[in-house]
Design a protein around this ligand. Structure first.
Ligand code: VL7
Length: 125
């Protein structure tokens, strides 16, 4: 049976989220607020079509894409850098490559037991 990420997910931990925000050049005051947040993610998956809505008391971010179809992403309210994003399957992992000013930028989602995992990556330069 194919993996289905659909559901409502609540943050339980955010190891080194600070490091990721530093790499993106997020200012100190914003980082201080952002790392205290407990965002909620609503994911709606219909085959290879995804809708991911992340909400928090501070800012919200939403994304819609299809697997294998590159799209423009504006990262509005995050670091505001535009990039071209492409999400593909790597086995049962959802892998997004965000091509733009920041090298090795992207994220990976996977399921483990009852948990949704998310790893962000970005070079500092
Ligand atoms: C966004 C990472 C941190 C600035 C605000 C923090 C607001 C709540 O990218 C995201 O999810 C992906 C994968 O599921 C799909 O869009 C969510 C995470 C924030 C950048 C930059 C801190 C300012 C967090 C929106």
């Amino acid at each position: 049976m194919p993996v289905d990420f659909s559901g409502t997910w609540n943050l339980i931990s955010n190891d080194n989220f600070e490091g990721y925000m530093v790499a993106l050049g997020i200012d100190f005051a914003t980082r201080k607020i952002a790392k205290m947040l407990k965002p909620q993610k609503v994911i709606k998956q219909d085959g290879d079509s995804f809708y991911i809505h992340t909400t928090s008391t501070f800012r919200d971010y939403s994304l819609q894409f299809r697997i294998g179809e590159e799209f423009e992403e504006d990262n509005k309210g995050l670091d505001n850098r535009k990039c071209k994003s492409l999400v593909t399957w790597e086995n049962d992992k959802l892998v997004c490559v965000q091509t733009g000013e920041k090298k090795n930028r992207g994220w990976t989602h996977w399921l483990e037991g009852d948990d949704l995992h998310l790893v962000f990556t970005s070079d500092f330069y």
